[in-house]
Design a binder for this molecule. Sequence first.
Ligand code: ADP
Ligand code: MG
Ligand code: MG
Length: 905
Amino acid sequence: MASRMVYFFGGGKAEGNAKMKELLGGKGANLAEMANLGVPVPPGFTITTEVCTHYYQNKKTHMKGLKEKVQQAIQKVEKLMGKKFGDSENPLLFSVRSGARKSMPGMMETVLNVGLNQKTIPGLVKQSGGDERFVYDAYRRLIMMYSDVVMEKAAGIEPKDDEGIRKQLEKIMDQLKKQKGCKSDTDLTAEDLKNLCTSFKAKIKEVLHKDFPDDPNEQLWGGINAVFSSWNGKRAVSYRRIEGIPDEWGTAVNVQTMVFGNMGNNSATGVAFTRNPGNGENNFYGEYLINAQGEDVVAGIRTPAPINQYSKSEHNKELVALEKAMPKPYKELFAIQNRLEKHYHDMQDIEFTIENGRLFMLQCRIGKRNGPAAVRMAMDMLKEKLIKKEEAVMRVTPSQLDELLHPIIDPMAEKAQKPIARGLPAGPGGACGQIVYNAVDAVEWAKQGKMVILVREETNPEDVEGMRAAKGILTARGGMTSHAALVARGWGKCCIVGCSALEVDLGKKEVHIAGKVLKEGDWLTLNGTKGVVYQGQLPMIDATRNELLHGFLKVCDSLRKLGIRTNADTPEDAEKARQFGAEGIGLFRTEHMFYGIGSDEPLFILRKMILSSTLEERKNAIAELYPYVKKDIKATISAMDGLPVVIRLLDPPLHEFVPRDRARLEALAKDLNISMEELEKRAVNLHESNPMMGHRGVRLGITYPEITEMQIRAIFESSAELLKEGKKPYPEIMVPVVCCSWELEDQFAIAKRIYKEVLAKYNLKKIKHMFGTMIEVPRAAIVADKLAEFAEFFSFGTNDLTQMSFGFSRDDIGGFLPDYIRKGILPGDPFQSIDQVGLGELIKMGIQRGRKTRKNLEVGICGEHGGEPKSIEFCHRVGMDYVSCSPFRVPIARLAAAQAAVINK
Ligand code: ADP
Ligand code: MG
Ligand code: MG
């Protein structure tokens, strides 16, 4: 263990740097980096994540020697600042800030103004030139934060939403404001604040049965321990579950010299982004508050003002921009943000404070952004030569890309609609759902399959699970950097904040908007891109025409090695997938034409075929069926003109097609010219007790070669016709559910015979095609070398392969798989992401053995996994030629394949 425990920063240098996120957490590492860059950062020190981990493993005992190390670091800060912690003449105050490796917005707790007490208050008053108002404002903030973050938590109290100590203190403050006729907290006088502090302390004693600590060291260590403890707090744990952050990481603690944005009207605090996180535009964007401290901006207590002209919106355009109010510090801030972006090669999210006209940087980190912004920034930075192609494709996550493919409100329908309210556009796209008023209901309703819109006054970290479950989020308060906005942006969820026309009554579960009363369960539609709210249910459409998106995907294409195909069962699907960039069809399920809507005729004939008992009956039915099958196959091959189309021979167990209703059965009996008793007997004979492992796939072709014959003929004759029409058909004929090579030999013999017949009939020399097999039975992977003697391509059908390798019935996993995942027995659902440990070995072996026999064997995947990024990365690593996924996933697969190529370079 590298037990340095404490890393110092300040005075133009630091012991840490940006690369040390694991040890110093994101905040600490970046504070160190900024200090090293010579950016003005108030000095302080970081206690490492190791100390946090130790603290938990060893039942809340500190690491040996920590107190001394902290003491030494404090002395260093004191020297640099010429102030002393706890000193009555010239006191030094600290903030105690958490900071995990990855930013967890609002999850962990921060305490400001630590070190203020009866002894140091007069000293700070003197320091500030006699500004008592400022000092008591700082003190009342310390009391509010400390009682909430440290004392209440230490007492083990978990109050409900609006019953916590903080809420109770806020109530006292609101009362005082009302009594004094103040609009804003800044209108309270020094005397008011002094009285407030006294009332606060009395309330704390009453509720928590403890005195507010007056000893600076007790305050400091209380704060440090609270940060450590908050790592295991309920909200932090639930956020980690959702984001997949390991519990072992731990958080660091940053202890930093306080600078004061609340020292009067020449002071301010703010949050900004080096580019607009909402749309990606290359413009400095942010909000600030004059005479305010810390979280006032994020909390939405006052409406923040724009930092510049560009940041003005409907809501804040009346307020004075920072560039106007404080031109000098703004200029400095502008230069620093520029420098930081160039240094980090990415958009930065920064926190700053101006104390009496002097600028300090308090945080910088890679800024969260929504999908459209991520794509725009990646493309812009590529053009600006700030990043390379490889970096550009890594800048957009598959789920961010997904946002660009996500539904928006049908513009036509939207035009005809009058908004009932407007707010800030905090998360893009459209959402439509039923109103719920708290996170628990949101989760509950979503579980029942309902679409919900979570409506809140403002959100807080306790709401994250509900926010996750909701289709959209709507809040009455808060700005673009409020909790709701940050979280929604991180997830790319449709979200509108600061919708001040809302009057939410959480108790009654209703909301008043523009004279209307909406109740729980009423429908709302949100346009998160514009920040507009509509009553009722508006139709949604998907947004695929996007030039920027297509440009970005072309960059992806230039890097990826994997081909991208699609699973398409209709010519329409094929067409759509082609627009999305599919390079062929990886799976065309012939039986799908019988499920389709439209004419019942093909299904009727198929049923006749199935219920035939003699070869002659069956051949008649097949002859009748033939034109339908050919038409369908031809249309699909034609839509993919020039690209390969993998056509799978009939796969499902036949009894799936047997009708259940009497009228249909009678019609069949009549057509087949048999009695009902006879028909029923035949239907019963088709019944299997385990159909998924029954008479299906290639087994059908083995017992009824005439069925294989018919399909092969349809494939080659339609190809021949297309050739004559000047097209370039390329069918790949695939046999399903194969387990041994003789099955293939049997079927390909038929195929080859038909191929020759068709060539002769159409007077052709050649039709480009391939014969291949699906690998979806574990035995097939094992005997892959034998299969490859006949098969020219493999396609891994990982749905069935997963099912049969685990012995988990796909249709019955609901009963036990959730428990497996909850208990950590399996890391995740193997039907969603390939089980690389087990199934992965089987696939690797199959590919190796197959290619040993046939060097140029084409290998792809056609299960659901083909559109899942982690599985795609796996497919890249094991050397597949392509993945195939549903048309809508094609763009995501293009991105994931490019990322796989970059990661494995
Ligand atoms: P979070 O991780 O929730 O962003 P932070 O540790 O960044 O929490 O702190 C919350 C707020 O307190 C921020 O607005 C930050 O600017 C402010 N703050 C933190 N430390 C100081 C400090 N030393 N001086 C002044 N303000 C501070
Ligand atoms: Mg912060
Ligand atoms: Mg299958």
